[in-house]
Design a binder for this molecule. Structure first.
Ligand SMILES: Cc1cc2nc3c(=O)[nH]c(=O)nc-3n(C[C@H](O)[C@H](O)[C@H](O)COP(=O)(O)OP(=O)(O)OC[C@H]3O[C@@H](n4cnc5c(N)ncnc54)[C@H](O)[C@@H]3O)c2cc1C
Length: 100
């Protein structure tokens, strides 16, 4: 998180990574750890968890299908009928598909 000016650090929305609160916090920990001279585990930006507040809510981690294809991965996608999830039945919202 150190900028091209030695001793000046940047974290959170001011750096061109995903604009997420938990990522900003982790970048802050990395920056402070570096300042303190501790060993640092670099952040793997491919593994930042996300929540999408749609209905139904979706949690995700890893590359999107598009990003994975751009990197040359052979991508397999799947779809899951939301009706098969207990929560969908409880909410009486069974007409949806989850895909990954
Ligand atoms: C509407 C909205 C919804 C969001 N929802 C989510 C979500 O559900 N989950 C999630 O993970 N992320 C969410 N985010 C993104 C998340 O809020 C940001 O990624 C995160 O707050 C970035 O942290 P930060 O410390 O970089 O910036 P900020 O949290 O914006 O902190 C910057 C601070 O600096 C202060 N400041 C600015 N200028 C000065 C100055 N000149 N002098 C002193 N202080 C200054 C500001 O007042 C502010 O307190 C959302 C953002 C928005 C706008």
């Amino acid at each position: 998180m150190e900028t091209n000016v030695p001793g000046i650090y940047a974290i959170g929305d001011v750096v061109p990574t995903q604009a997420l609160a938990h990522l900003a916090s982790h970048e802050g920990i990395v920056a402070v750890s570096h300042i303190a001279g501790r060993d640092i585990e670099p952040i793997n930006y491919d593994l930042v968890p996300n929540c999408t507040y749609c209905v139904p809510e979706v949690a995700s981690v890893g590359l999107s299908e598009e990003a994975a294809r751009e990197r040359g991965y052979d991508v397999i996608t799947s779809k899951f009928p939301y009706a098969a999830a207990g929560k969908a039945t409880i909410l009486a919202r069974t007409r949806a598909l989850l895909s990954w």
